[in-house]
Write a protein that binds this ligand. Structure first.
Ligand code: FMN
Length: 309
């Protein structure tokens, strides 16, 4: 059977995977790293895992000869790291925070799991080699989501609605269920609970999200105006702003007047954050988008009615 390779790839892309960077170090001390989604579990006793490497990869020999390697399972905020290690060649490690793992292989900081392995066996498999590793050490983080690869694109992990416990989706039937303030508070609380964890996928927290989107919307702003708009105490806000400045997402526009603005990278990130918020809103109000526009005009009405008094 002759096969259309692109179509075969598309079919394989229906199987969602995580994304790993496999690292090793050769006898000369040279570091190697390759983005790989072919990682999988093999055996519990002994603890074995596998991945496969393309025979045309630059680092093929290093992995086939390596005694040890580390599987770094990437977090949902590590797309740039995945892209970096999907490039061919050397020097992929610049500015990436590392620790030393087994056999000197690099452990990438911020990965949601590490599996430190001894090479168990290398098998030939068509145009790839299948590398089986025995896991010597492992660690993982419970609180952060892993990066997903599905349909040829990066994706986010999300609990399936059918697995959300019933009590979380129950609404109040009685008098309170018709009370504006009650509904507003309940909806804000559940909306926040589900939306804010998504910010982590773009590497920001909810305080940073408020500042970035405000600066995108309003342009250059003095410190006091930001504090008022994001409802954050000045001291706390100064911490948030200095973190964003250090990451070169925000810059001091005028030192004397203490005004702040987004950098180009900050603007790009803020656009992505807003797009994510918009997509989420659309998803939540799927099928009732007309209700959403009524709801929004109702809320604007409340703000205009009472906000100026
Ligand atoms: C999401 C993703 C998954 C990948 N999975 C694999 C894989 O499992 N095996 C592989 O050999 N290459 C895989 N690649 C491609 C390699 O990362 C890429 O060919 C890289 O250039 C190899 O590095 P090297 O040529 O410097 O050795 C993947 C790339 C991406 C973006």
């Amino acid at each position: 059977m002759s096969m259309d390779i692109r179509d075969f790839r598309n079919a394989l892309g229906k199987f969602a995977t995580g994304v790993t960077v496999i690292t090793t170090r050769d006898a000369a001390g040279e570091h190697y790293g390759v983005t790989a989604s072919s990682f999988n579990a093999v055996s519990m006793t002994p603890p074995l895992i596998l991945w496969s490497i393309d025979k045309s990869a630059y680092s093929l020999d290093a992995y086939c000869q390596a005694e040890h390697f580390v599987v770094n399972v990437l977090g949902s905020d590590q797309v740039p790291i995945s892209n970096r290690f999907a490039q061919r060649g050397e020097n992929k490690f610049q500015d990436i925070e590392l620790e030393e793992g087994v056999g000197g292989s690099a452990r990438i900081m911020g990965a949601v799991a590490h599996f430190e392995c001894r090479t168990w066996q290398v098998y030939e498999g068509g145009d790839h080699f299948i590398i089986v590793g025995e896991v010597l050490e492992y660690d993982y983080q419970d609180s952060r989501g892993a990066l997903v690869f599905h349909n040829g694109r990066y994706a986010l992990p999300e609990p399936h609605p059918m697995t959300i416990p019933q009590e979380e989706v129950e609404t109040e039937e009685g008098l309170l269920g018709h009370q504006f303030l009650y509904l507003l508070r309940q909806s804000l609380s559940v909306y926040r609970k589900h939306f804010y964890p998504r910010l982590e996928h773009l590497g920001v927290d909810e305080k940073e999200w408020r500042v970035l989107t405000l600066l995108l919307d309003q342009g250059v702003q003095p410190l006091e105006a930001v504090a008022q708009r994001v409802a954050q105490p000045l001291e706390d806000l100064e911490d948030t702003l200095s973190g964003l400045t250090r990451r070169r997402l925000v810059s001091v526009h005028d030192d004397n007047e203490r005004t702040f603005a987004l950098t180009a990278a900050g603007g790009e990130l803020a656009h992505k954050l807003l797009q994510m918020a918009q997509d989420y809103e659309q998803k939540v109000f799927e099928g009732v988008s007309e209700d959403l526009s009524h709801l929004k005009s109702g809320l604007v009405h409340v703000i205009e009615q009472l906000g100026t008094r």
